[in-house]
Write a protein that binds this ligand. Sequence first.
Ligand code: FHN
Length: 448
Amino acid sequence: MRNLLYVFLLTLSLTASAQKDFLSESTSERDARMQWWRDATFGMFIHWGAYAVPAGVYQGKEVKGIGEWIMNSAKIPIPEYEKFVQQFNPVQFNAKEWVSIAKNAGMKYIVITSKHHDGFCIWDSKVTNYDIMDASPFKRDILKELSDACKAAGIKLCFYHSIMDWHEPDAESKKDYAHQHTPQPDFSNYRENYLKPQLKELIQKYDPAVLWFDGEWIPEWTEPQGRDLYTYLRNIKPDLIINNRVGKGRAGMQGMNKYKDAAGDFGTPEQEILEGTSDSDWESCMTMNDTWGFKKSDNNWKSSEILIHNLIDIAAKGGNYLLNVGPTAEGLIPGASVDRLKDMGEWLSINGEAIYATHSIRKYKEGNVSFTRSKDDKILYAIVTKPVTGELVLNNIEVKKGAKIKLLGLKKPLPYRVDENGVLKIQWPETLPCKYAWTVRVDGKVKA
Ligand code: FHN
């Protein structure tokens, strides 16, 4: 018996110590892991779940706030909210169609809510019956269908996963979000025997490229737990990328880390764009209207021009743009979102060279012109966001002697001159290849 116990304890200690410490990986290892994500620049955020059924209305009344928070905003008791889950039957859901909308928009990755704060799981989970297979009439594994469609289309599939959970009794937070009043919630039991096993099954079943955590603000969650979870997940999938909401490092909606060694691979500004460039990786997540989860009354859509200018601003500052869609309870991405994504895809089909796999420069903006540069530093892209009459004047670019200057989308090079003060003046073309913004491609460099 004593030997058995000894063997068990030895195995336990070996297993525990076998956890590689990914928190101190080398810069070159990290750069290699982050490369595809940095090059991708533009992704689709999808907030989709049972909250699309009420779509912002409860007991006949419009509920204020973002759609996916309706359970909390309207203080809906769990048994009542479960009725929405029992009605969640998105028969028009077509994973291939969603992936093609994202791909045609020029998006390189998709982040979908595997589980939002309401706790409802849109995959076939072995850890709970509060999932699409057992609790809803739909009984199709949404994440499996999306995973297959993304693989076929060469799009990376990623999961948003909420640490906060309003359905699991042991996840109840003192912040009283859950309003279910479990006598003595055991958060460590939720973390170790629910949250972690679910994340492990998500990785093993669907191989997500990124885990995008949220709901980390609850008092029960701590930075040490975040660091432990980061290490746990990277030991399951070493090349996994994880955002900074895995721990407690982010500074509110500004999204960047409050302290140096915060767990997570990138900052997460929300509904805002950083003021300038950053030495850290970051991704701005934003809505197209004012809600993440579908709300039938929210038609406050940003224009295609604003969305494209946001993308340009973010790329010039060296970030990623995670742009949200909130599909309906029927499984359709709203038409207003599809129209705007089509415009973005058309713009990127001409100007994508200035957005994908580029780097930012210190002087990333001059008036209405944002700049990016090619990885080999040979090409500068000047992306003009306001129409020009006559000549485009660029003060801080030194064009290579005899170099051709082109507008992306036009075959003929643009006439230009450098005046006596070394200022580059480019003849603006009569006809433009696209709407909203135009990219001048210059074989040159930024003036020192
Ligand atoms: O509470 C969530 C919200 O529902 C949404 O998911 C956003 C998008 O990241 N994050 C939290 C609010 O900061």
